[in-house]
Design a binder for this molecule. Sequence first.
Ligand code: PLP
Length: 388
Amino acid sequence: MTGTTQGDGTTAVRAGLPEPVKYEPTLPGPVFAAHFHLPGEPTGPYTYGRDENPTWTHLERAIGELEAPGEAVETVTFASGMAAISAVLMSQLKAGDVVVMPDDGYQALPLVHEQLRAFGIEVRTAPTAGDAQAALIDGARLLWIETPSNPGLDVCDVRRLAELAHAAGALVAVDNTLATPLGQRPLELGADFSVASDTKGMTGHGDILLGHVTCRDPQLAAGVRRWRKIVGAIPGPMESWLAHRSLATLQLRADRQSANALAVAQALNGRAEVSGLRHPGLPNDPSHKIAAQQMRRFGCVVSFNLPDRAHAERFLNGLRLVDDATSFGGVRSTAERRGRWGGDAVPEGFIRFSAGAEDGDDLVADVLHALDAAAAPAGDVSPSTPTA
Ligand code: PLP
């Protein structure tokens, strides 16, 4: 039911649905099965629950239609984003290989680097900004890109890096968690693997962990699938079904959340206590030029610095519509002082803000109120009165 000219909303609501069957639901319910009836020769598609499951099949088709509308691609879903990331790295790299990774990506990547090095794989790192990874590609087997980067929101030119990597004989994987396929389509930009944590904006309700890998090349997909079978990092049928159900609203959520993120960023722009404001949708953002070339929506994350840790904590305490929580991409806005985890190279007052699907005016009012409250001596600002 997809075509290249179809709108994102139409693709999202119909993605992965099977042909209608009289008296059957539109989206078949989750199939809970460790094994399937299998007399005789053990041929597919459904034999054992760690290999395949019909609920995954529907979800994997849906994700494929969003990643590459109208194209034949293969998607493999996982129990989490990290399981998906590990599957690409572990299925493609062996001792003696070189991988180029970002030094400013998701917080767990340094752990990944450590593990890969312990396996005898050379890990080279460079920042996302300025396509700095390009200088390290020579001799590499795999280039790993995360754009926009989390939490710094730097953007690199995927098309350019993919061309350089392919010319040097390397494969290219893009962690597309922040953008989702409605924000950017890594395969169209030249990547071999589009990888994501679907825990975030893709499923968008902050209630499941999930990940996926999509690729065009069936051989690459087979390696990723084999790795899933070996480690057993499979998604549960219930999570898979909830994810598929959530995809129907992806376009609505992505549109509202990126509009809200831009509105929050614009409200923060020019505030004296805010520095280092980043959102790829802001026309004056260092990422904007490349983001505008390769992204179709700029995502829901805004990052900025408040003067110090205490100021940032006062701001977070003053928010009424925004939960102080980690993660991002959910319909309920969240924000956190990222430095509380250690690991990211960010100042103590650094805030990662994820815009939800609230009414934009309410969200901006809440943010501005919390900023005023954080700046003023205690007792000077009236309590916030959320309107929704
Ligand atoms: N990639 C990025 C960019 C992330 O932000 C995260 C989690 O925050 C992950 C991967 C890992 O995803 P998961 O927590 O689903 O394993």
